[in-house]
Design a protein around this ligand. Structure first.
Ligand code: HPA
Ligand code: ZN
Length: 326
């Protein structure tokens, strides 16, 4: 349709994407064979049947299982490049991309291997597709705080290669306040700060992320819709929200598209943005996440242009980068 084509030409930023969540089933099987990693599935049809999720945890189980096939610098480079090709096709000009080093390190892959591969993919992707990339190192919140501290120490020598710190994985039972010291160190290293909050967790987790982690954006933040006071605060402080519609639907954070709080956030003047989270798992890249707002919520092109504008406004792109891109 005309609007689907227009969506793909809107200049936009992708601010909530886990690089490991771009691992498509066919590539997972190919890398498993290449790297000698055993998986319970040997063909794409069997693996594809595993993509029915009940909640965040049921998704994370498959996501972590498939992450074990990523081993070499080339694997991470190729994953980044494939993702940036999709990004460019969908009108993404700038992407701030999460990676989960604790999981790779547990799988026996060195931090440097992961970082170097992603950086190389980003460098080639910028040349090839004109998309700028920043890396957000994500702390896996259901690992220990000691493990997060160790990660900061491992990453500190590469501080300039990292744009920000994030917090992801199983949310309920792992509240932001546990990571107050970790985020203090991240700030000292010059990193931007974001955290997943209010995806499955309550609005109180959003409040902790703001008050104790001093985050500049909230990832998901879907449950902010439960609190008019929180929506007012997020609007007043200009805190970006990185909504991921297809993710929220596939993980049953909301029951149906009309329950997505996007319009409500927009009507409350919040800096809400549209993102893809884990596109290989949730049925579409970023443009498909904009599409569902048209088909499921009745948004018009000027609404979508505003959302795309928000994404550039709350990105961490510098003024020089902005000038070079537009
Ligand atoms: N939530 C929490 N952790 C994650 C997600 C998510 O949506 N995707 C990848 N890790
Ligand atoms: Zn996420």
């Amino acid at each position: 349709s005309a609007i689907a084509a227009a969506i793909r030409t809107l200049p936009k930023a992708e601010l909530h994407l886990h690089i490991e969540g771009t691992l498509e089933p066919a590539l997972a099987l190919e890398l498993a064979a290449r790297n000698g990693v055993e998986l319970p599935w040997t063909n794409v049809d069997d693996l594809a049947k595993q993509y029915e999720f009940e909640d965040l945890q049921s998704f994370l189980n498959l996501y972590y299982q498939l992450m074990a096939v990523l081993k070499t610098e080339d694997d991470f480079r190729d994953l980044m490049l494939a993702n940036l090709r999709h990004a460019a096709e969908d009108g993404v000009r700038h992407a701030e991309i999460f990676f989960d080093p604790q999981v790779h390190m547990k799988n026996g892959t060195a931090f440097e291997t992961v970082l170097n591969g992603l950086k190389e993919g980003a460098r080639i992707g910028r040349e090839r597709y004109g998309v700028t990339v920043g890396l957000i190192m994500s702390v896996v919140r259901d690992e220990s705080v000691a493990s997060a501290d160790e990660l900061i120490d491992v990453a500190a020598p590469y501080a300039n290669d990292i744009l920000g710190i994030g917090l992801d994985s199983a949310e309920v039972g792992f509240p932001p306040h546990l990571f107050e010291d970790v985020y203090r160190k991240a700030k000292e290293l010059g990193w931007h700060r974001v955290a997943h909050a209010g995806e499955e967790g309550p609005v109180g987790y959003i409040e902790e992320a703001l008050d104790l982690l001093h985050v500049e954006r909230i990832d998901h933040g879907t449950h902010a819709a439960d609190s008019p006071a929180m929506m007012e605060r997020l609007a007043a402080e200009g805190i970006g929200l990185t909504s991921c519609p297809l993710s929220n639907l596939r993980l049953n954070v909301v029951d149906k598209p009309s329950d997505l709080p996007i319009l409500e956030f927009m009507n409350n003047d919040m800096a809400v943005t549209i993102n893809s989270d884990d596109p290989a798992y949730f049925g579409g890249y970023i443009a498909a996440n904009y599409d569902i707002l048209v088909t499921g919520l009745g948004l018009k092109l000027d609404d979508l242009a505003r959302l795309a504008g928000n994404s550039l406004a709350v990105s961490f792109i510098t003024e020089e980068e902005r000038a070079a891109l537009f």
